[in-house]
Design a protein around this ligand. Structure first.
Ligand code: IPE
Ligand code: IPE
Ligand code: MG
Length: 259
């Protein structure tokens, strides 16, 4: 039975899944190898996760590939990661395009070499009109950077006389954050056993369900992804309401609140 058979009711599935792909270094170290071989092994898990998200017809999959803090790593690891990023963009983009997948890279592109920035821009342009899964790769991304760039843009709008400070609302700032045009993140998965956000999506995770698994990223396969989705399906999301209100909503009854 395909794993997807357990997820027949698409209304129960998350629409947008984000993943902190952690544990590559430990995976390699456990095998007596260099950390970079763990990053290379992680590429096949990226392929598997994208293909599963595509099969499940999710709206969006957002993968944390390189944080704004990962520049602190040893220089040879950083440069190996950049080379891997360039190589993977080169080898995978056409396949993504054939599958109607739209690729976006979120984060501060200016931190990358011009060569990589060009590759990213080309890949985004090639796939921009695709209507299937949106695949966001978070690279040189930090949740605090994202909130800061949104605030800076709002300040620029005020300085240009286009915006009144009173109109800097949650809704307006939200519209300036990365991925503002996509469905909200429903489910965050972190592999590798740590239970923290590590400056990933701070604003966008406000009401996401969190799933932590000890599985190291290179071992994260369809079964592990299915397990995370099954855990999500079993949860009740209340968005500040009571459980009774949510059940009433699901049954089409009113929830008797002030909205
Ligand atoms: C995640 O794996 C990949 C990146 C941060 C680029 P790690 O490299 O953090 O692996 P561990 O946590 O050291 O095992
Ligand atoms: C988070 O993992 C970043 C990515 C997976 C890209 P880290 O391994 O960098 O996080 P910390 O350092 O353990 O918090
Ligand atoms: Mg790590």
């Amino acid at each position: 039975m395909p794993a997807t058979a357990a997820f027949d009711d698409p209304t129960q599935l998350p629409r947008h899944v984000a993943i902190i792909m952690d544990g590559n270094g430990r995976w390699a170290e456990q095998r007596g190898k260099f950390r970079v071989s763990g990053h290379k092994a992680g590429v096949k898990s990226v392929r598997a996760a994208v293909s599963f998200a595509h099969q499940l017809k999710l709206d969006a999959l957002t993968l944390f590939a390189f944080s704004s803090e990962n520049w602190r790593r040893p220089e040879d690891e950083v440069s190996a990661l950049m080379s891997l990023f360039i190589a993977v963009l080169g080898s995978e983009v056409r396949k993504l395009h054939r599958n109607n997948i739209r690729l976006r890279v979120i984060g501060e592109h200016r931190g990358f070499s011009e060569h990589l920035q060009r590759k990213i821009a080309d890949a985004e342009a090639l796939t921009a009109a695709n209507t299937g899964l949106t695949l966001n790769i978070a690279a040189n991304y930090g949740g605090r950077w994202d909130i800061t760039q949104a605030c800076r843009r709002a300040a620029e709008q005020v300085a240009a006389g286009e915006l009144n400070p009173a109109d800097i609302t949650e809704h307006h700032l939200g519209s300036l954050m990365s991925m503002a045009d996509l469905t909200e993140v429903d489910l965050l998965i972190r592999t590798g056993g740590e239970q923290r956000i590590s400056n990933f999506l701070l604003w966008q995770l406000a009401y996401a369900e969190l799933h932590f698994t000890p599985v190291l990223w290179p071992d994260f396969d369809e079964a592990a992804f299915s397990e995370a989705i099954a855990a999500f399906v079993g949860r009740e999301r209340r968005f500040g309401c009571t459980g009774e209100q949510i059940r009433a909503l699901a049954e089409g009854r009113g929830i008797g609140n002030r909205d």
